[in-house]
Design a protein around this ligand. Structure first.
Ligand SMILES: NC(=O)c1ccc[n+]([C@@H]2O[C@H](COP(=O)([O-])OP(=O)(O)OC[C@H]3O[C@@H](n4cnc5c(N)ncnc54)[C@H](OP(=O)(O)O)[C@@H]3O)[C@@H](O)[C@H]2O)c1
Length: 298
C-alpha cells in the first residue's frame, strides 16, 4: 500500500474515494507512486486554512482535485441538491485555487466536457479555446453543467493549474457509474453521438501531463473520435458481454418526457491539443472494444 503514512507524498488526492479518484488510486498503487487520499471526514479540505495546513505538511508534487458533486445516480439528482452541487463543483475549485496559488503549489482540477453541447456547424468537436455553450450564462443547461462551467470560470488564468476535461467515463469493470454498465442496465437508451473517456487511459494520460511537465492549462482528455449509442450496442453484442435486444427512445423529446428531469449535454470534444503534446489515447471504438473484451463483473 503506497498510500503514505509518512507526511510527504508525490500526489495528494482530494475526493480520491470517488469513482474518478479511485481510478487514480489504482494507477498510483500499480505504478508505485506515493500518494495520499484526503477525505472530508478526515480533514475538511473545503476549509482553506485546513487545506493550506495539509499542503504545507505533505508538500505534494501535484494536488489532484477529484472532488465534486455529480448526483447519486445521474445529473438529475443535482437538481434536488443544489447547495452540495454549487459547493463541490464551483466554490471548492475557487478555494483550492486561492490556497494553491498562495503556496505556488501545482495542481489539477477534474472538469467535464458537459459544459458543451453539440458540435461546431461542420461537425467538428469543441477545442479548449471554445467558449462553453451549455452553461448558466446561456440559460440552457442542467444545474450540474452550470456549476461545472462556473467552476471553470473561477479557474481562468489560474497559476500552475491543469484543467482536465473528461466525458462520460467507462471502464472494463462493472460499476454503477460506468457508462457501459449504464448501457447494460437501462431499460431504454437514447441514441446520441458522444465523446467518451476510458478511465484507466485517462488517469495514465493525466499523470503523463504532469510527468512530462506539459504547459499548465486546459486539456480535453477523451478518447479520440466519437461514437453513437447504437455503435456501442453493436460492440456490446459483438463482444458477447450481453445479447439482449436494446430498446431505444424514439427521440430526445421522448427521452426528456419519460426519463429525464434536466437537459443533457451531448457533445464531441476535439482531442488534438493532447495528441499534439505527444500523449496518445486509443481511438474510441477500439477503446470500447478493449474494455468489453476485458469485461469484469464484481
Ligand atoms: N463520473 C462522471 O461521469 C464524471 C464525468 C466528467 C467529470 N467528472 C468530474 O469528476 C469529479 C469526480 O467525480 P466522481 O464521479 O468521482 O464523483 P463521486 O464518485 O461522487 O466522488 C466525488 C468525491 O468528491 C468528494 N466531495 C467533496 N465535496 C462533496 C460534496 N459536497 N458532495 C459529495 N461529494 C463531495 C467526496 O469525497 P470525500 O467525501 O471522500 O472527501 C466524493 O468521494 C467531479 O468533479 C465530476 O464533475 C465526473
Amino acid at each position: 500500500m503506497l498510500e503514505e503514512q509518512r507526511m510527504t507524498c508525490t500526489a495528494l488526492l482530494l475526493g480520491g474515494s470517488g469513482y474518478i479518484g479511485t481510478a487514480f488510486q489504482e494507477f498510483f498503487r500499480r505504478e508505485r507512486i506515493s500518494y495520499r487520499n484526503l477525505r472530508r471526514q478526515e480533514v475538511d479540505y473545503t476549509n482553506a486554512a485546513k487545506l493550506r495546513t495539509v499542503l504545507q505538511e505533505t508538500k505534494p508534487e501535484l494536488v489532484i482535485n477529484a472532488a465534486g458533486y455529480t448526483g447519486q445516480f445521474n445529473v438529475d439528482d443535482c437538481e434536488a441538491h443544489k447547495t452540495d452541487c454549487l459547493l463541490a463543483n464551483t466554490i471548492l475549485p475557487g478555494i483550492i485555487r486561492e490556497v494553491c496559488e498562495n503556496l505556488q503549489q501545482p495542481w489539477a482540477h477534474i472538469s467535464s466536457g458537459c459544459i458543451f453541447t453539440g458540435t461546431h456547424a461542420d461537425g467538428s468537436g469543441f477545442t479548449e479555446t471554445d467558449e462553453p455553450n451549455f452553461t448558466f450564462r446561456k440559460n440552457n443547461c442542467s444545474f450540474y453543467s452550470g456549476t461545472k462551467a462556473f467552476g471553470e470560470e473561477l479557474l481562468q488564468n489560474a497559476d500552475r493549474c491543469y484543467v482536465w476535461r473528461l466525458r462520460i467515463p467507462f471502464h472494463h469493470v462493472d460499476h454503477p457509474r460506468n457508462y457501459l454498465t449504464k448501457m447494460l442496465r437501462y431499460e431504454r437508451l437514447l441514441d446520441t453521438r458522444q465523446s467518451l473517456t476510458y478511465l484507466p487511459e485517462f488517469v495514465e494520460a493525466a499523470w503523463n501531463c504532469w510527468q512530462r511537465r506539459l504547459p499548465f492549462g486546459t486539456y480535453h482528455m477523451t478518447n479520440p473520435g466519437s461514437i453513437t449509442t447504437r455503435e456501442v450496442v453493436e460492440l456490446i453484442h459483438r463482444s458477447g458481454v450481453c445479447k439482449k435486444e436494446f430498446i431505444f427512445f424514439a427521440s430526445e423529446k421522448e427521452f426528456m418526457q419519460l426519463a429525464a428531469k434536466t437537459p443533457r449535454s451531448n457533445c464531441i470534444l476535439d482531442t488534438g491539443k493532447l495528441q499534439r503534446a505527444g500523449i496518445a489515447m486509443t481511438e474510441v471504438h477500439a477503446s470500447v472494444t478493449r474494455a468489453l473484451a476485458n469485461w469484469k463483473t464484481l
